[in-house]
Design a binder for this molecule. Sequence first.
Ligand SMILES: C[S@@+](CC[C@H](N)C(=O)[O-])C[C@H]1O[C@@H](n2cnc3c(N)ncnc32)[C@H](O)[C@@H]1O
Length: 221
Amino acid sequence: MTENRANSKLYSHWWMSKGYTLGVIWFSHACVWQVPNSILHRNHRDNVGQNHLTVGPGNGYFLGKLPKDTPLRTLHLLDLNPACLEITRKRLGNRFDVRTAEQDALKPWPVEPDSLDSVDSHMMLHTVRGKDMWDKEPLMAEAARALKPGGRFFGCTVLGKGEELRINPLARRFLDLYNSQENTFCNLDDTPEDLRKVLEKHFSAVDFRVVGAVGVWVATK
Ligand SMILES: C[S@@+](CC[C@H](N)C(=O)[O-])C[C@H]1O[C@@H](n2cnc3c(N)ncnc32)[C@H](O)[C@@H]1O
């Protein structure tokens, strides 16, 4: 399996602060992957706890839209790409106590076992290297280790194949293109069945569904 490496061209300061929200969050989520952003907003709003860790925050868009009365206080950000950490810290540092870790999400996380109320990973597992979802299992294992009993791991990811998925012609083109580019997507063999099974292996209750080409979940430790 290839190592996960930072990609400063794809996750550049300019793109993450100027283009990402429009090009990816507003356009691709709806038109390519067919997942309404209302689902991602609800996932964040309904499941985030006081001491929370986000894996791959991007530009912090969804965390930035949490309502005023959110329970979130301490926000750990874990990301391979420094621009994502900097932009999200700048966006949210005046609202939350933000702590950052620049590292691969498949490596052990710098948090104590049973210490977090919640963990999220939205639209990032499809960029993680691996021949299929089982190679990405260390991320789920770390989330389960770091959460308190009853804590929640919630997120979503673009999947590459499976009968339940709705892969429209645009999604087909983008999946093939991004998987052929160096260090971009790596998800052609990520399936809904494997994702559900990996989650069920590490969590006591799993609510999983497919929306468009995306697997969406809330898992409880
Ligand atoms: C497509 S963006 C998603 C951003 C955000 N979660 C959202 O939903 O808007 C993927 C994020 O995951 C990060 N990332 C990709 N691979 C990673 C890895 N192996 N370890 C940690 N972070 C990673 C990227 O730097 C980026 O912040």
